[in-house]
Design a protein around this ligand. Sequence first.
Ligand code: SF4
Length: 441
Amino acid sequence: MKTYNIITYGCQMNEHDSENIAGLLEAMDYQFEEDAFKADVVVINTCSVRENADKRFFGVLGQFKKVRTHNPDFVLCVCGCMPQQPHIVEKINKQFSWVDIVFGTQNIAEFPELLEKRISTGRKQRSIIDNNPVIDEAEMKPKRMHRHKALVNITFGCNNFCTYCIVPYTRGREKSRVMSEVIREIECLSADGVKEVMLLGQNVDSYRDPAGHTFADLIRAVNKIDGIERIRFMTSHPKDISDDMIDCFRTCEKLCHNIHLPVQSGSDRLLKRMNRHYDTTRYLEIVDKLRAVCPDITISTDIIVAFPGETEDDFEGTLDIARRVRYDSAFTFIYSPREGTPAAKFPDQIPDEIAHERFDRLVDVMNRISLEKNMEYKGKTYDVLVEGVSKNADDTYAGRTDGFKLVNFTSDKKPEEIIGTTVSVLITESKTFSLEGREIT
Ligand code: SF4
C-alpha cells in the first residue's frame, strides 16, 4: 500500500483544498501516513498571504531533499497559492530540483493525472492555470478532517484587489457555485452526520449564483436543511454585506451569532489606499445594525498595522475603532509587502521599529478587551459543540459556543460518547483566548 501526507499552510480555503487532495489520493488507494518523511507522496499546500509563510515553505522544501535517497519512489508535490506566482515556480525549478509535481489552486482535479504521469514517465510535471473559468471541484469527494463539522466552498477567487493582497492573483477572479449544488452537498453532509457547516469564500457577501441567488438566499436555504444545527461563514466584506444578510441573524435560528468582519484599519485615508471601498462610518454602522438584530453577536476582525504611509494619527484611528467595536478577538498583522501587489511598490514603507511598537500597543488593547469580554461569560451556562479532547489535558474536552468561543471543559463522559455532540457547560474561568468550565448534566 502506497502512502501520502499533506502539509497545509494558510487559511480554511487551503485546509479544504487539502481535504479534496486527500480525497483524490485515497480514491487512488493511497493511505494516510502520519510521518511526512516516511510517506511515498507528500503534497505541500502553500500560502502566500504572509511573508513568513514563504520562508517556512522553502525551509520545509529543503528538508525533503534527502528523502529520495532512502525512497527512490518518493514523489514531492507543491500546490496552493505560491506556485500561482511565476517567480516562485522559477525559484522551485532552479533551486529545488527534487520537486516532482507543481500545480495550482485552480486545477486540483488534475492532480491524479499529474501523479500518474510522473510515476509512469519519471518526468517532472508542472501545471498552473490562471483564471480557470470552470469550477474545478465538482466531482471531488473530500476526506474531511472532522466528522461533525465541514467546510463548504461557496465562492472561489476574489475581484476586490485590496492593494496589499495577493489572493486575486493566486486564486483568480471570483466564481460562485450554483446554489442548488451547494445545498445538495450540505444535504449529503447532514446525512453523513455533519452538524455544523462553514460556508467559505474570500468574500461571501458577494456570492451570486447564475440564477441571481444571493448570500442571504443561500443562508436561508441552508437553514432549512434537517440535521444541520449550526451555520458559520468566512469571510465577510464590509463593502458588500447587505441588510438582507444581516437580517438572517434574526430569521435563521441555525446561523451562529458570530461574524468575522475584517476592518483592516481605523483610518479612512488608509482604507482608501487599501482599496477597501468602505470607511469607518460605514463600518461602525454595520456593527450597530448587527448588534441591533443580534445583541449577543461576537465579532472578530483582521487588522494590518504599519500599512505604507501609516501615521501615528492613522494608527490612533485603529486603536479607536478597536475600542469602539470591542472585538471578541482579532488577527493582527504587521504589513508585509507581497511581490506583485500595488502596495509593495508604495514608497512610504514603515520602519520595522515603529511597526513593532504599534503592533505591541494594538495587541495590548485587543487582549485587554478580549479578556474583559470573556469575563462576562463566567458563571453562565452555554451550549458547546464538542470538537475533541483538549490540547491542554487528557481529561478535558474542547468545543465551541455558538459565538465561536473556545471552551475547555471537564466531563465524566468518554470521548466516543461526547465528541460531536452539543452539551451544556458552566463557565468557571475566563482567559484571554479561551474559557474553562464543566459539563452540566
Ligand atoms: S477581499 Fe481583499 S483581502 Fe480579501 S481576498 Fe479579496 S483582495 Fe484579498
